[in-house]
Design a protein around this ligand. Structure first.
Ligand SMILES: Nc1ncnc2c1ncn2[C@@H]1O[C@H](COP(=O)(O)OP(=O)(O)OP(=O)(O)O)[C@@H](O)[C@H]1O
Ligand SMILES: O=P(O)(O)OC[C@H]1O[C@H](OP(=O)(O)OP(=O)(O)O)[C@H](O)[C@@H]1O
Ligand SMILES: [Mg+2]
Length: 306
């Protein structure tokens, strides 16, 4: 009897797929934590359960996440747009139907898919890659770009170590992910074309969720929205001479109506508190000080709800 109850509980959990270990894992876990979802992470386990919400996490290789969502095996997935679109193109080409809902672009996993060539390769234009052999783990995104450019090329599919392909004599160029450019630099390569810009995103399966699960998804989305908004905002406090309020307000980014509070023992000044949608740069702080502001504090905001 009891096992049936346990099963039912497990079946009603919102199932989220995320990368087990790699570039997206730490921030995917951090996002759930910021949303107030407590997970008992165990490095060895494929499935992790939340202690405080009906949520379970399926920890897999990132390549498998789009398919798990398309096929409705999981309810949500956190995945790089590059992998999502690569899988989408692959399935479309195979004549398969794909459907999913893009819920949100996330603030991590930012990178670009670029073409790169050895440093001594004289590159002026994409036509310099006509009939080149290009190593990549993203054959579909590469093919789409080269077709748009009307450039013929030979594909060399590698699932890893793409950046060593030119030195190893496997290819003339590569098409791989770049962030800081350190990997290209370390392998004597230079970036010549950006073909795709990517961030992590949250996707949902297209088949309907039951009412409770969908309500939980909406709650998570509201919380993610609050986290993103807070990350982009700052709480600014300063003291301002009463006769300079207009000038000071004009200097604060995106602020129209600051909160004004009296100071206990100084009648010539007030305290101004504002939430700004932008960071306050040193240059603006210097200008504020020059106009007469003092005790300027810029504080991070953790969460927001309007
Ligand atoms: N240098 C980077 N900076 C930021 N984000 C990146 C970077 N490299 C990759 N990413 C993003 O993170 C995703 C996962 O990258 P990672 O290198 O961990 O993948 P992987 O080696 O294919 O992992 P897996 O073992 O899960 O298949 C990429 O698809 C991309 O969206
Ligand atoms: O421009 P950079 O900042 O150097 O980043 C780019 C590198 O990051 C990713 O690999 P990762 O380090 O995640 O390792 P992997 O190739 O083993 O997956 C990507 O595949 C590049 O190789
Ligand atoms: Mg992968």
């Amino acid at each position: 009897m009891e096992s049936k109850v346990t099963n039912k509980t497990a079946n009603n959990r919102l199932r989220i797929a995320m990368q087990k270990s790699g570039r997206l894992s730490r921030e995917s876990q951090a996002l759930l934590k910021q949303c107030g979802v407590k997970i008992n992470w165990n490095e060895q386990r494929l499935i992790a359960y939340s202690e405080n919400m009906p949520i379970e996490i399926l920890r897999v290789r990132d390549d498998d996440i789009p398919g798990l969502v398309f096929d409705g095996v999981v309810d949500l997935g956190i995945i790089g747009e590059n992998v999502l679109e690569e899988e989408e193109l692959g399935r479309l080409q195979a004549g398969d139907n794909i459907s999913y809902k893009l819920l949100k672009r996330l603030d991590f996993g930012g990178c670009r898919l670029s073409l790169a060539v050895p440093k001594d390769f004289i590159y002026n234009h994409i036509q310099d890659l006509q009939n080149a052999r290009i190593a990549t783990s993203y054959p579909n995104l590469l093919r789409r770009f080269m077709q748009q450019q009307e450039i013929a090329f030979k594909n060399c599919l590698l699932t890893g170590s793409v950046e060593v392909a030119p030195t190893a004599g496997l290819a003339n160029a590569i098409c791989d992910l770049v962030s800081s450019g350190a990997t290209l630099e370390a392998n004597g390569l230079k970036e010549v074309e950006v073909i795709y810009r990517s961030k992590a995103c949250l996707i949902q399966r297209s088949s309907e969720l039951d009412v409770e699960k969908q309500a939980l998804v909406e709650r998570l989305l509201t919380r993610i929205q609050g986290i993103q908004q807070a990350n982009e905002s700052k709480y600014i406090m300063l003291h301002a001479p009463k006769n300079k309020l207009t000038e000071i307000t004009a200097l604060l980014p995106g602020v129209e109506h600051p909160t004004i509070l009296p100071l206990a023992e100084d009648n010539s000044k007030v305290a101004m508190h504002v939430v700004s949608q932008e960071n306050l740069f040193w240059e603006t702080m210097e200008k504020l000080k020059a106009v007469g502001a003092s005790s300027i504090l810029v504080l991070p905001i953790e969460k927001m709800m309007e």
